[in-house]
Write a protein that binds this ligand. Structure first.
Ligand code: CA
Ligand code: CA
Length: 290
């Protein structure tokens, strides 16, 4: 058994460009009151879930006339009501145990042209993606216009869109906002949805399981660390790293140095984490290579 007591890798390796998605904020409306319930009317400011996401209880939906939103009429047991809740959905619920609970439901012809605003932070994150499940009644809002802002005052159009359902089935919708770099690493992002096309007082569109995902911001500047290594034979050493490697850098033999005059002639990379080095000169049993 050959031993290498210590191995110094003078390798500048950066992590792979593939970055994990993080849930920033979620609204699942588990117990959202309806406009006919004893604990109604439906609130016009709704905090994000406190059971999932980076921003628990600190991201908000506004329907109260602030932050660029319209002031929706929310009253109990009245035909003037423009916002309520209905039974919800499990589609797009990011929690380990999904719960249908309730769904937020803007309604009424009087609300045509009104807007709700989602406000959240992307500090330390980039490329936000919005997703949700929606269900439109036959006379519900058939036009959705999305805009974005970084100050809650000046809104810019989001040109991405999704087809409005032509049936009353629940459908999951996604709005990829990665192209709007103003929304990367920003203290407050405002997404505004303006609804129109409702054709009856009871016509409504239900929204549930609203999720904001994003990627970690900026390049990964922490170099991979060696987790373990094994000596396969006197000219081959296998190195296992703690994270994925940049393939082109990891496969460059000159990025690896060993002491004792040992040079690396070839690198074979497996699973982007395991580098098997072929040594130009054989290592000697019992010697130390530092
Ligand atoms: Ca729900
Ligand atoms: Ca971006």
């Amino acid at each position: 058994m050959k031993r290498i007591l210590a191995l110094i890798l003078v390798a500048l390796m950066t992590g792979t460009a593939a970055m994990a998605q993080t849930i920033l904020a979620t609204w699942t409306f588990d117990n959202l009151p309806a406009d006919t319930s004893a604990n109604g009317p439906t609130p016009k400011v709704i905090a994000s879930n406190t059971d999932i996401g980076e921003q628990q209880g600190s991201a908000f939906i506004y329907a109260d006339g602030t932050h660029g939103a319209s002031d929706w009429i929310s009253v109990n047991n009245a035909s003037t009501s423009e916002i309520t809740s209905f039974s919800g959905y499990t589609n797009n619920d990011p929690r380990a145990t999904s719960l249908a609970g309730k769904a937020l439901a803007p309604k009424n012809t009087t609300a045509n042209g009104k807007s709700i605003v989602l406000a959240f932070a992307t500090t330390g994150y980039q490329n936000p993606i919005l997703s949700f499940v929606m269900r439109k009644t036959g006379t519900g809002f058939n036009s959705h216009v999305w805009e974005y802002s970084t100050n809650g005052t000046t809104f810019h159009p989001v040109t991405e869109s999704y087809p409005i359902p032509t049936t009353t089935n629940a459908e999951v919708k996604t709005l990829d906002l990665s192209a709007y770099d103003d929304l990367d690493n920003t203290a407050t992002v405002y997404l505004r949805l303006t609804l129109s096309g409702c054709t009856s007082a009871s016509g409504n569109t239900r929204f549930d399981n609203i999720v904001i995902n994003a990627e970690t911001s900026g390049p990964d500047v922490t170099a991979p660390r060696l987790s373990s290594y094994s000596v396969l034979n006197d000219t081959h050493i296998k190195l296992i790293f703690n994270e994925q490697l940049n393939a082109s850098i990891a496969q460059t033999a000159s990025n690896y140095t060993l002491s004792g005059g040992i040079t690396v002639s070839n690198v074979a990379l497996a699973n982007n984490r395991e580098a098997t080095l072929t040594l130009a000169n054989a290592i000697t049993e019992g010697s130390s290579y530092i």
